[in-house]
Design a protein around this ligand. Structure first.
Ligand code: DAT
Ligand code: MG
Length: 146
């Protein structure tokens, strides 16, 4: 995979709160309307151990245990998305962590209910999106159809 491809891919997770509320299609429509291509997608239910590993970067924070329990509380949808500068662009579409502070019309502003139950995860551009993509997908499971 080229450096350009890496820069142009990011990971989106539709979290258990959104899946439970039947918002998968609504959220994906907003994402694809913003121009993203879905190059990989799967519905999975993480074990607590897998959740701990995914959120290892937050270990030690006061919300870590809650976060791990939440992400492993039900099925989620992991999507590898492609777009120029995908990680930065997706964070714009998703909005700030706290739905109350997220810009008008962003995914979290529209559908998030609290700082924890904020409907989606989007890789931070400075926290190795490629590593997060690899957590869910093998390269053979990603389909570049641009
Ligand atoms: P983001 O998901 O915007 O990258 P983050 O990396 O700071 O935000 O935190 C990861 C997740 O942890 C976030 O989506 C929701 C949860 N979280 C963050 N701060 C929290 C807090 N103060 N209380 C409860 N959950 C929190
Ligand atoms: Mg983060």
């Amino acid at each position: 995979m080229s450096i350009l491809t890496a820069m142009n891919r990011t990971l989106l997770i539709i979290k258990p709160d959104a899946v439970k509320r039947n918002l998968i299609g609504t959220i994906l429509k907003q994402i694809v309307d913003a121009g993203f291509r879905i190059v990989g997608m799967k519905m999975v239910w993480l074990t607590k151990e897998r959740g701990e590993t995914f959120y290892e970067i937050h270990k030690g924070k006061d919300f870590y245990n809650w976060l791990v329990d939440f992400i492993s509380s039900g099925p989620i949808v992991a999507c590898c998305l492609q777009f120029p500068n995908a990680p930065t662009k997706l964070r714009e579409v998703v909005g700030a962590t706290d739905p109350k502070k997220a810009a008008h019309g962003t995914v979290r502003n529209l559908y998030g209910t609290s700082v924890g139950e904020n409907v989606v995860h989007a890789s931070a551009p400075d926290e190795d999106p490629h590593h997060e993509i690899q957590f869910f997908f093998m390269e053979e499971e990603l389909f570049d159809h641009s």
